[in-house]
Design a protein around this ligand. Sequence first.
Ligand SMILES: C[S@@+](CC[C@H](N)C(=O)[O-])C[C@H]1O[C@@H](n2cnc3c(N)ncnc32)[C@H](O)[C@@H]1O
Length: 238
Amino acid sequence: MPRGGPDASCLDRLLWTDRSEYLDRSDVDPGVKRSVVDALNWTGRVFGSHEQFAAIALEEIAEVPDPSVLELGAGHGALATKLLEFHPSAHVTVTDVAEDAVAAMAAGPLGEHPRATVRVVDATSIDAPDRQFALAVFALSFHHLPPAAAAAVLAEGTRVADKLLIIDLPRPPAPVHVLRLATMLPLAPFIPFVHDGVISSLRSYSPSALRALADHAGVDIELRNSLFGPQIAVATRR
Ligand SMILES: C[S@@+](CC[C@H](N)C(=O)[O-])C[C@H]1O[C@@H](n2cnc3c(N)ncnc32)[C@H](O)[C@@H]1O
């Protein structure tokens, strides 16, 4: 399925790449990967997206006392840190598939936080019993996965949690997407964060693709789109 969904236009279908982000490659210097994760953390701090994403997540569990939250693909752990700061009794299991990212989070304040558990988890095959969490959250990571793996995350996230919240890059209409790419491309060969940003943009899923993936996974999905904000989707078991 194209990233623009089954009904994607011809131009939209061209806006795709099979190249992997530095973050997903095993042949890349760990320092390059670290620079991408640090840049994500920095932009989240400067533009307030860690707080914004934490507020979106906490709204989903506003009615749940002492909620258990699973963060998948946490990268730097800043979202989990905000969740723990904003909610006085939530427990957060902070995870990523990348062992070095998990080691870095475990070596920092999250590793010592009494309401945090830090561990390696592959979002496509989650090592946890059914319904262990009130919420699973996967931020800025869903586009990393090809359709079959993305559908597996929808199935697994809604198996282990009552709700799976996906926050990701929006896939704009194709002409706007071309403009977005044109502003980024000149810097992509020089700045690893921009390199990964271009690939992320080309691999981002449209609302129609998210609906098709949810259908394939056999889960319900509610999409909350805004013109300039992130793509937000909440998946639940049928
Ligand atoms: C762009 S980073 C996002 C980091 C952080 N969530 C944020 O909002 O800035 C994508 C993260 O997804 C992780 N990831 C990729 N595939 C994954 C998988 N199958 N399971 C769990 N995490 C995965 C990567 O290791 C990386 O840390």
